[in-house]
Design a protein around this ligand. Structure first.
Ligand code: 6PG
Length: 469
């Protein structure tokens, strides 16, 4: 069956296997490739009909089995492996063939690979794929960037396999070069922020309001039926109900409080710093994973310092406030991520349409949430919106919930419960909505010790003062 398969996929790990089966479910024939014979055989078996889903360990056979222009997706770990897979494919490819990197590759790597392959007549796409294993199998959100022309060959397959929001596919051509990987990186930065916030609210509800896991399960489940409806709130509710296999405890209580990371959140933060765009809720979410990793030091420090005993609160009222505060902070986190995308688009020439991005995040991906329907509308109403906080449709939502955030942040500070994500979201809001900040003083200090000059409120120009005199 040479030259006939519609779609090729390299890397038959959990994501790859699920993705290729999803492609086949949607009526496309697909061919897989992996160095591991066991994975190849497992896929052939699961696929059921080798005329529809087939696989091989041999790269040449794999490439020759695909119809041209070949559409080959890589679902392999980001980094050097992507380069070596590309080198392995290259001798067998023809001009016009398409390689799609579906992993979380760093965006500058994608730019480098795209330029390198362009010289050889090969189209290269960086396509973020979100939704984990289940998403890959049943419908992920896909964020492709690369050549617009070549995308037309991939489009029918991606639109068929992607998640659907009210019938609309959660995939769109996002822009040239590394636009797809960049958008996926910021998606993950937002993911870090939302996860940090849900965990802080859990801490508060547990330590201050004394909610049991059963009550936490019900509380998050109830929130998931309202404006906080989202994948992360939904799975959080389910996590609280999970029993441990090894003990008679709830699993959540048995899990070590050290969060790992693979780098995408950190990259978002680092790049936001380079662009000069503040994303403090994402920054602190990365820092909290780092603080969490210092478990041994935290245990020592815990013995050295006293901590207030959290004051008793009214459970129900506190849970109402927590819902409001979480909603507020979710909005702020999306606002920061979208702001970064807007600026990166100008800086890197991505020509991103923020309304399209919010649209394809409404289903399939990890940060899918009811809020994204509102965010989509806000950017559709004004595609040059600088910040979600400036959208008239968000003003009431924020005004109605910010006071709860203030109350909980104060409670956390007084009672020694760390709420860095919520605090940063609130501080970002207070600073971003202040027409006058005290940074006039910083300008004065800079000019005082380093003659760095300053501007004035009342007249144009650059000024310097001989302060000591
Ligand atoms: C997704 C996720 C996924 C990411 C994990 C783990 O959209 O499906 O973002 O791509 O790899 O969330 O990320 P960390 O290991 O950095 O937490």
């Amino acid at each position: 069956m040479a030259d006939t398969y519609d779609f090729g996929l390299v890397g038959l790990g959990v994501m790859g296997r699920n993705f290729i089966l999803n492609v086949a479910d949607n009526g496309f024939t697909a061919f897989g490739n992996d160095l591991d014979e066991e994975k190849v055989q497992a896929l052939i078996k699961e696929g059921g009909d080798p005329t529809k889903v087939n696989a091989t360990t041999d790269v040449k056979t794999f490439v020759q089995s695909l119809a041209t222009p070949r559409k080959i997706m890589l679902l392999v770990p980001a980094g050097k492996i992507v380069d070596s897979v590309i080198e392995g494919l290259l001798p067998h490819l023809d001009k016009g063939d398409i390689i799609i990197d579906g992993g979380n590759s760093f965006y500058t790597d994608t730019d480098r690979r795209e330029a390198y392959l362009k010289e050889k007549g090969i189209n290269f796409f960086g396509a973020g794929v979100s939704g984990g294993a289940e998403g890959a199998r049943k419908g992920p959100s896909i964020m492709p960037g690369g050549s617009k022309e070549a995308y037309q060959h991939v489009k029918p397959i991606f639109e068929a396999v992607s998640a659907k929001y009210k019938g609309e596919p959660c995939v769109a051509y996002l822009g040239p070069k590394s636009a797809g990987n960049y958008v996926k990186m910021v998606h993950n930065g937002i993911e870090y922020g939302l996860m940090q916030l849900t965990s802080e609210i859990y801490d508060l509800l547990k330590k201050a309001a004394g909610l049991t896991n059963e009550e936490l399960h019900k509380t998050y489940a109830k929130w998931n039926e309202g404006r906080l409806q989202s994948f992360l709130v939904e799975i959080t509710s389910e996590i609280f109900a999970q029993k441990d296999d090894l003990t008679d405890k709830d699993l959540v209580d048995m899990i070590l409080d050290k969060a790992k990371q693979k780098g995408t959140g950190k990259w978002t933060s680092q790049n936001a710093m380079d662009l000069g765009i503040p994303v403090p809720t994402i920054d602190i979410a990365v820092s909290m994973r780092e603080i969490s990793a210092l478990k041994a030091e935290r245990i020592k420090a815990d013995e050295l310092y006293d901590r207030p005993t959290p004051k008793a609160v009214d459970k129900n009222n506190f849970a109402i406030k927590a819902e409001q505060a979480l909603y507020f902070a979710f909005i702020i986190t999306y606002a920061q991520g979208m702001h970064q995308l807007a600026d990166a688009s100008k800086e890197y020439g991505y020509e991103l349409k923020l309304g399209e991005i919010a649209k394809i995040w409404r289903a399939g991906c990890i940060i899918r949430a009811a809020l994204l329907a509102d965010i989509t509308k806000a950017y559709q109403a004004d595609e040059n919106l600088q910040n979600l906080l400036l959208s008239p449709s968000f003003v009431e939502k924020v005004k109605n919930t910010v006071d709860a955030a203030r109350e909980l942040v104060s409670y956390g500070a007084e009672n020694g419960i760390p709420l860095p994500g919520l605090t940063n979201a609130l501080t970002y809001f207070d600073a971003y909505t202040s027409s006058r900040l005290p940074l006039n003083l910083i300008q004065a200090q800079r000019d005082y010790f380093g003659s760095h000059t300053y501007e004035r409120l009342d007249r144009e120009g650059i000024f310097h003062t001989e302060w000591e005199k």
